[in-house]
Write a protein that binds this ligand. Structure first.
Ligand code: F6R
Length: 625
C-alpha cells in the first residue's frame, strides 16, 4: 500500500510541472482576461486547462483536458462570470491528463492553481486521509487545497491560512489561491517557481509569465522565493512565511503586447524566424563601438572581468546549449581562453571542478530552466563569476547571476526556439570580441573586420528569408523520409545539431547530427539512397575536408542537401537541393546557415500537418529537471 502511494506520488510529481498560472482580481468580468492570459502562456503547457471564478453562489469551475480551445468551447457552452478568478494551463509528461487532474483544484471553499512540485506529497496525503479527507484527483496540488482549507476553517484569514499551509509543504511552488468567502481577494505565493504580480488600474494580477498580463498592465512586481502576496483590486501587500512585510519594487516592462502576437503569420515560429534580422539588430544596439572597433557592455558585465578568468564554463540545455557550443569556438578562437561547454543536466551531477578563477556562463532563453539554474547555483557556491545570457528580463537565472547579457529577442512563443538562438549567437560573438579586445588577442584590424561583418548580418538574413518558398518546395520532396543525417565541421557542427533538433521537435522525423569527420567512425553505415544528408558546407577553413566527407556520402548514394557559399558549383552539382549563403566571415556563416535549417524544419512540419507551435510532448519552459 505504501509502495502504491509512493508510485502514485512519483508519476504525479511529474504531472504538475511546467504550467502557466494566472489570477485576476478586478472590477470587471475577469473570465476573458484570464482566458487571454492563458492563451499567451499556452506554450508553457497544453495538456489541459481550467478557470475558476468567485460568484455570489460560491466558486464555479470549468476544466477541460486537451488544448485551450477545448476550454473555450466549454465556456461557450457553459459560460462563467465573475470579477475574481484563477486559471491554469498544464503540461504533463507521465500519466493521462484528465479533467479531474486539471487545475484549478478545489476543496471546501478553496480553489488553487499551482506550478511546481510538492515533494512531501505522499506523507501529507496519508496524514490527511487519516483525518478523513477524501481526494478527487491524483494531484499534489489538491493536497495544498486541503491544507489551506483546514487552516482557513480555523482562522478565517486567507493569507494566514496559506502561510500556515505552506509551512507544512516541501517542494517548489508558484500558486494562486481563491476563497469562496473572500470574493475580492487572491493570495499568491512563490518558492522556486516563477511568479510575478501585475499592478493595474483597479485590478491586480498574479501570473507565471509577463506575457499573460501584459495586455492589462506594464507595471510588474517580481516576487522572491518565500514571498506571499495578498491581492485586492486596489492593494498588494507582500510578506514572508513568518508574516514579516516585504518591500518589492514595481518595474515597468516596455514590451509591446503586439510583439507577442502572430501578426498575420500562420504560426509564431514562422513569425519568429522572420523577425530574426530585426532582433539581431536590437541585440547589437548600443553595444558596438565602431570607431574603437570594440564592444560596449553594461557596467555589471564589465565589472565581472571575464577576461581575467583562467577558464570559462558554459552551461545550457537544448538549443541554448548549441549556442554555447558555438560560443566556445568564438571565445577560444578570438579571446584565447579555454572554454568548456556542458549540458546542464549532466554538469549538475558530476561534482564539477569550478572556482573563483573561473567564469560561468548560463545561457537560457526563458531564464527558468531548472537544470541550468541548478548548475548556476553550484558555480556560485564555489565562487565562480556568473554571467547569464538570457532573453526574459528578471527571470530566475538573471536574478541569481552577477550580471546579465540580455538577448533582446522579445517574447519567444513558438516552442521550437529560433530567434532566441540567433540572438544568443550574436551575444556570444559580441562577448568574444569584447574579451578578445580586453586581452589584446585580436588587433584593431581583425576586430573592425568582424564588427563590419556582424553589421551586415541582418541584411544578409533578409535575403535568405526571401527564399522560404524554395525551401518549401524542397521540403515537399523530403517529407516522406523517415530519418535525416546532418553534418558539419567546426562552427558548422553546432548548426548541424541545431538543424537536427529543429526537425525532430516539430516534424517528429528522426534526425541525427554528426561532426562530418566522425562519419567514417560509424554513421556512414546508415547511408543509402533513402537517407537525406544535410551538409552545412560553406567555404571556410575546413571546407576541403568537408568536401571529401561529401564524396563519401555521394559514393554511397545518399541524398545530399547542401548549404554552400554562393557560386560553389562543385557542391551544387552533387546536391539534390542546395541553398546558398554569401561569401562571409566564418563566424557569420552560422547566422545564415541556420535560417535554412529552421525553415526546412518548419515547412516539413507544416506540410505534414503538425501543430508547429505546440509540438507533442514538449513545453517551452522546462522549470523542473
Ligand atoms: C528547442 C528548445 C529547447 C530549449 C531548452 C532550453 O527548440 O527550445 O531545447 O532551448 O529547453 O531552454 P532555455 O533556453 O529557456 O533555457
Amino acid at each position: 500500500m505504501v509502495q502504491e502511494v509512493h508510485l502514485l506520488c512519483k508519476s504525479q510529481i511529474r504531472e504538475e510541472q511546467m504550467c502557466g498560472i494566472i489570477g485576476c482580481v478586478c472590477r470587471r468580468d475577469c473570465v476573458q482576461l484570464i482566458y487571454r492570459g492563458l492563451a499567451r502562456m499556452a506554450y508553457r503547457g497544453y495538456d489541459s486547462a481550467g478557470i475558476a471564478v468567485c460568484t455570489p453562489e460560491g466558486i464555479e469551475l470549468r476544466r477541460e483536458h486537451g488544448k485551450l480551445e477545448n476550454l473555450k468551447t466549454r465556456l461557450q457552452r457553459e459560460p462563467l462570470a465573475g470579477c475574481t478568478g484563477i486559471g491554469h494551463t498544464r503540461w504533463a509528461t507521465h500519466g493521462k491528463p484528465s479533467e479531474s487532474n486539471a487545475h484549478p483544484q478545489m476543496y471546501g471553499k478553496i480553489a488553487i492553481v499551482h506550478n511546481g512540485i510538492i515533494e512531501n506529497y505522499a506523507e501529507l496525503r496519508q496524514e490527511l486521509i487519516a483525518k478523513g479527507h477524501v481526494f478527487a484527483s491524483e494531484t499534489d496540488t489538491e493536497i495544498v487545497a486541503h491544507l489551506i482549507s483546514e487552516q482557513y476553517e480555523s482562522s478565517h484569514n486567507l493569507v494566514q491560512a496559506v502561510r500556515n499551509a505552506l509551512k507544512c509543504v516541501r517542494g517548489s511552488y508558484g500558486l494562486v489561491v481563491m476563497c469562496a468567502d473572500c470574493p475580492d481577494e487572491l493570495v499568491a505565493a512563490r518558492l522556486q517557481s516563477p511568479l510575478l504580480l501585475g499592478v493595474g488600474h483597479d485590478e491586480s494580477f498574479a501570473a507565471s509569465d509577463i506575457a499573460a498580463a501584459l495586455e492589462y498592465t506594464k507595471d510588474f512586481i517580481f516576487l522572491e522565493d518565500g514571498d506571499i502576496a495578498h491581492l485586492t483590486s486596489q492593494h498588494i501587500e507582500i510578506s514572508d512565511l513568518s508574516g514579516a512585510a516585504q518591500n518589492r519594487p514595481v518595474k515597468t516592462i516596455d514590451w509591446d503586447i503586439t510583439k507577442a502576437e502572430k501578426q498575420g503569420y500562420p504560426y509564431y515560429m514562422l513569425k519568429e524566424i522572420f523577425e530574426q534580422p530585426q532582433k539581431i539588430t536590437d541585440t547589437f544596439r548600443g553595444r558596438i563601438l565602431e570607431e574603437e572597433a570594440t564592444v560596449n557592455l553594461d557596467e555589471p558585465i564589465e565589472k565581472l572581468a571575464l577576461e581575467s578568468c583562467s577558464r570559462l564554463q558554459i552551461v545550457a540545455c537544448g538549443t541554448s546549449y548549441h549556442a554555447g557550443l558555438l560560443g566556445k569556438y568564438m571565445i577560444e578562437s578570438l579571446a584565447r581562453i579555454p572554454v568548456d561547454v556542458d549540458v546542464a543536466s549532466e554538469y549538475r551531477y558530476r561534482d564539477p571542478i569550478i572556482g573563483p578563477n573561473d567564469g560561468f556562463i548560463a545561457i537560457s532563453q526563458s531564464g527558468e530552466t531548472a537544470d541550468t539554474y541548478a548548475c548556476l547555483k553550484i558555480a556560485r557556491e564555489r565562487g565562480a563569476k556568473i554571467l547569464a545570457i538570457c532573453n526574459v528580463m528578471d527571470s530566475s537565472i538573471p536574478r541569481a547571476s552577477d550580471a546579465t547579457f540580455y538577448t533582446r529577442a522579445d517574447p519567444e512563443i513558438g516552442v521550437a526556439s529560433t530567434k532566441a538562438f540567433t540572438t544568443q549567437l550574436a551575444s556570444m560573438l559580441l562577448l568574444a570580441i569584447y574579451i578578445a579586445r580586453r586581452r589584446n588577442t585580436v588587433d584593431v584590424g581583425r576586430a573592425r573586420e568582424l564588427i563590419r561583418a556582424l553589421r551586415s548580418v541582418p541584411q544578409q538574413m533578409e535575403a535568405i528569408l526571401l527564399k522560404s518558398d524554395d525551401i518549401r518546395a524542397a521540403a515537399q520532396k523530403l517529407l516522406r523520409a523517415s530519418s535525416f543525417l546532418y553534418l558539419g565541421r567546426n562552427v558548422n557542427y553546432p548548426i548541424a545539431l541545431e538543424g537536427a533538433l529543429k526537425l525532430k521537435e516539430i516534424s517528429y522525423i528522426h534526425a541525427e547530427a554528426y561532426p562530418s569527420g566522425e562519419m567514417k567512425h560509424g554513421p556512414i553505415a546508415l547511408i543509402d539512397e533513402t537517407l537525406p544528408v544535410v551538409v552545412i558546407a560553406p567555404r571556410n577553413s575546413t571546407y576541403e575536408k568537408t568536401l571529401s566527407n561529401l564524396q563519401e556520402v555521394r559514393a554511397r548514394g545518399g541524398r545530399i542537401i547542401s548549404i554552400v557559399t554562393k557560386g560553389d558549383e562543385m557542391l551544387s552539382k552533387v546536391s539534390e537541393h542546395f541553398f546558398e549563403i554569401p561569401e562571409c566571415d566564418e563566424f557569420v556563416q552560422p547566422f545564415l546557415s541556420v535560417l535554412y535549417l529552421q525553415l526546412l524544419a518548419y515547412h516539413i512540419a507544416d506540410l505534414l500537418g503538425n501543430d508547429v507551435d505546440q509540438p507533442r510532448n514538449l513545453a517551452k519552459s522546462v522549470t523542473v529537471e
